[in-house]
Design a binder for this molecule. Structure first.
Ligand code: NAD
Ligand code: ZN
Length: 408
């Protein structure tokens, strides 16, 4: 008999050495709710989003905030620190910055230096940032992942408001429930699942994002369209020229839809913290993660995802799952958006002479834990899970990509 912990306490009973185990089943669930807000000029003192986000639940208090700022954002937008100061001054009754923003190196470097986590922990301690304070992280996916991990592990979790500043972090990584840093050469080896307190996507920050970063981030939109939403795929095709040119309204529409599909998957996919082995949002990612590591992150995450999803689309074709015409549309869309479809690392040999990228499958399985589960396509917007990968067919898919690589 399993007693439920939430029932009234039973009369105190001696614990005996009976063979039948005496068990109390603990059981509760927690509702997780957070807003993902899309706005422009979040630090304009007249823009209420940040103020409301930080103070809505306890409007009578003054809220203490430590900001962490991506150095790449600081360089592209030197105004940011002044904006922050002015915003908090204007709303001084409700908000207080406990220190100047912490400047953190941007990009993958932020996830490759464990000393940065210690440093943030030290600053949180020094400025008495407690569980009733906030950390506000302004930056790309790298800084979000690393600073988010630091905040999640101080005091067992400090409330974190993410302000993602790249296409990729606004449409994908910044709206979800994961953080992490790299270790032992493995991506995201150390990290936690935790929901942000809120996400504020300030589209203005994208105006000065380098083209390469902007384009790379669109790979996640192609990915989520392919696994979830055929109509969105068609929309991406129709708007590819505007998106490639960085036209703001098309970009904003793309980000909003991609974030929405991502959020919906987390909320309704039945496995928000990825306890199972299936990871549809990681379509194309087994090769992508390996290619990023093999190129020492010269290949941007989104670029590697573009190559990885074309590879898995072709592999789906090799298996006879995906119609030829759909494959051609995927390839055309990636090209129209300016995304790469090949990298020489795909054929670099590993220690055993086989292409090193194949080891990505084993690493992917290990990261998921348990059974290998790879997402493939049987149409645009239609994903299927498979548990076996046939290496000769993967190699044929690699050869197909290679034949079509752009001339150097
Ligand atoms: N947690 C997750 O669920 C998840 C999901 C997907 C990807 N990721 C991670 O996200 C990371 C990639 O993030 P990313 O693509 O956002 O890029 P990034 O964080 O690597 O940033 C790229 C560069 O752009 C700079 N930058 C950031 N915002 C800028 C702006 N507005 N203007 C000018 N420069 C700016 C940064 O300083 C950096 O140099 C990878 O580490 C990837 O693993 C995490
Ligand atoms: Zn990704």
């Amino acid at each position: 008999v399993v007693k439920a912990a939430q029932d009234q306490a039973t009369p105190l009973q001696p614990v005996t050495n009976e063979v039948v185990p005496d068990r109390i089943r603990q059981s509760f669930s927690m509702r997780i709710e957070y807003d993902v807000v899309f706005t422009h000029d979040a630090f304009d003192p007249a823009n209420p989003v940040l103020l409301e986000t930080l103070s809505a639940r306890e409007p009578a208090r003054q809220h203490r905030v430590l900001a962490i700022l991506d150095q790449g954002v600081d360089a592209a937008w030197p105004e940011t620190r002044g904006w922050l100061r002015a915003y908090f001054q204007r709303h001084a009754e409700r908000l207080r910055l406990v220190a100047e923003p912490l400047l953190m190196v941007g990009g993958e470097a932020s996830k490759n230096a464990p000393a940065l986590i210690d440093w943030i922990h030290g600053e949180l301690h020094r400025h008495h940032v407690d569980r009733h304070s906030f950390v506000v992280v302004i930056g790309g996916g790298g800084v979000q992942d690393a600073a988010g991990y630091a905040a999640a592990t101080a005091h067992r979790g400090i409330r974190t408001v993410r302000m993602p500043t790249t296409v990729l972090s606004q449409n994908d990584s910044g709206v979800g429930v994961k953080n992490g840093i790299n270790a032992f050469g493995a991506k995201n080896f150390v990290g936690t699942f935790v929901a942000p307190y809120a996400v504020i996507n300030d589209l203005r920050f994208l105006d000065r994002l380098p083209r390469r970063e902007r384009v790379a981030g669109m790979a996640e939109a192609v990915k989520v369209a392919l696994i979830r939403d055929g109509a969105f795929f068609t929309w991406l095709e129709e708007n590819a020229a505007a998106l490639a040119a960085g036209e703001p309204s098309a970009t904003a529409t793309m980000i909003r839809r991609c974030a929405e599909l991502h959020l919906r998957h987390i909320a309704t996919g039945g496995d928000p913290f990825e306890r199972g082995s299936a990871r549809p949002l990681d379509f194309g990612h087994w090769a992508a993660h390996k290619l990023e590591a093999m190129t020492a992150h010269e290949l941007r995450h989104g670029e590697a995802v573009a190559i990885g999803l074309l590879l898995d689309s072709r592999y789906s074709r090799e298996l006879g799952l995906l119609p030829e015409g759909d494959l051609a549309r995927i390839e055309r869309l990636l090209a129209a958006l300016g995304l790469p479809r090949w990298h020489d690392a795909l054929t670099s040999p590993g220690p055993d002479g086989r292409p090193a990228v194949l080891a990505g499958l084993d690493e992917f399985r290990e990261h998921l834990g348990g059974e290998l589960t790879i997402t493939l396509l049987r149409g645009l917007g239609h994903a299927v899970e498979v548990h076996e990968v046939r290496e000769p067919l993967v190699l044929r898919a690699v050869a197909w990509l290679r034949e079509r690589r752009p001339a150097p």
